[in-house]
Design a protein around this ligand. Structure first.
Ligand SMILES: NC(=O)c1ccc[n+]([C@@H]2O[C@H](COP(=O)([O-])OP(=O)(O)OC[C@H]3O[C@@H](n4cnc5c(N)ncnc54)[C@H](O)[C@@H]3O)[C@@H](O)[C@H]2O)c1
Length: 325
């Protein structure tokens, strides 16, 4: 039997706290060599892009493949979202497909979770820090949720080029996280913060890296093509640079590829993969003044670990539709 889970069923069992634990374990496996993570495969049908993201985590027993499509004309032409994702989970013992679940909400939570885990290892430990969120879209909400799991924040500032998005963000996330969230009038105002999140759809740097305060931590999760970047050379240069994967960063992240290709920083500026901080091979934050930066491109191991978690919780809760395919 195959269990089918829709978006609301996935959301009903998936918490950020549990997802952070699963994603942390996935990055540990990646660092310890027990994960199989082929690069994502892209196919370009006439109207869009179709991505296939497989992964296997041996210790967790998670074998999965996410299929994500990006069709920009979908909303106008077909009343469908631009991005559609589904995750197919298999039993590693038999290969049988045991679950097919919606991947939209799952992706946002697992992306938040990776930043949450990075924040645990890289942000200063003090309570009452202020977060600054660039972008008020789907990902940004989950990014802030993850930050509140990692650190006890006193307040958050949010900045987006769309005032409408900011209003919606504050109305939804303030009560949900029981946190004071205020709009910032400019990117400069966002510099009066301790932990920054870049979660926009911008292809160009969104703030002046020279203005970031010492001791800050930044999670950069947007742009992931070699020619696009949210972070400027100044902030990359000033930061201890941690990526989700070395390979993904140098294949997909303009944030580091552009300054390296311009000869502004050496490739060795890449300090560590997140998994190396988790296993203790490399140190996370070492003092209160360094600036730390986590660049996330999004890895299939995050999807596989989260899908396994969701499947087990759904079985325990008795939700979803069981079908013989
Ligand atoms: N790293 C990962 O694993 C991962 C996973 C999913 C999505 N993403 C990426 O995250 C980014 C955000 O995705 P989303 O689903 O939240 O998109 P979204 O469209 O819901 O939100 C993006 C927001 O960014 C705002 N924005 C654009 N330019 C800006 C600027 N210069 N300053 C401030 N705000 C600006 C837009 O107005 C919009 O509200 C995308 O680049 C997406 O590809 C990354």
């Amino acid at each position: 039997m195959t269990l089918i889970l829709n978006r609301s069923e996935v959301a009903s069992v998936l918490t950020m706290k549990d997802c952070m634990a699963a994603v942390e374990q996935a990055f540990r496996e990646l660092a310890e060599g027990t994960a199989i993570l082929p690069l994502r495969t892209a196919i370009t049908p006439p109207n869009g892009l179709s991505l296939y993201m497989p992964a296997y985590l041996k210790q967790m027993g998670a074998l999965a493949c996410k299929v994500v499509t990006i069709y920009k004309s979908n909303p106008a032409k077909h009343h469908l979202p631009t991005t559609i994702g589904k995750v197919l989970l298999q039993d590693p013992e038999t290969g049988n497909v045991i679950c097919i679940m919606d991947g939209g909400y799952l992706t946002a939570v697992r992306t938040g979770a990776a930043s949450g885990v990075a924040t645990l290892y890289l942000a200063r430990k003090q309570e009452g820090q202020v977060a600054g969120i660039f972008g008020a879209g789907v990902q940004a909400k989950m990014q802030l949720w993850a930050l509140t799991e990692a650190r006890k924040l006193s307040k958050a500032l949010v900045y987006d080029i769309s005032n409408e998005a900011v209003k919606k963000f504050i109305a939804e996330m303030g009560p949900k996280l029981n946190l004071e969230i205020v709009p910032a009038a400019s990117a400069d105002e966002m510099m009066n913060t301790d932990i920054l999140i870049a979660a926009t759809s911008s292809a160009n740097p969104i703030f002046d890296g020279n203005k970031v305060r010492e001791g800050s931590h930044i999670n950069g999760i947007g742009s992931h093509t070699p020619n696009a970047r949210e972070l400027d050379t100044a902030i990359v240069k000033r930061s201890k640079f941690v990526g989700d994967s070395y390979e993904a960063c140098f294949k997909e992240a303009g944030d580091i590829i552009i300054p390296v290709n311009a000869g502004e920083i050496p490739k060795e500026h890449f300090y560590a993969e997140l998994g190396e901080l988790i296993t203790g091979k490399k140190a996370g934050r070492e003092n209160d003044t360094e600036i730390t930066l986590f660049k996330s491109n999004g890895l299939a191991i995050q999807d596989a670990a989260t899908a396994k978690l969701v499947y087990e919780k759904a079985l325990a809760a008795g939700i979803g539709l069981k079908v013989e395919i």
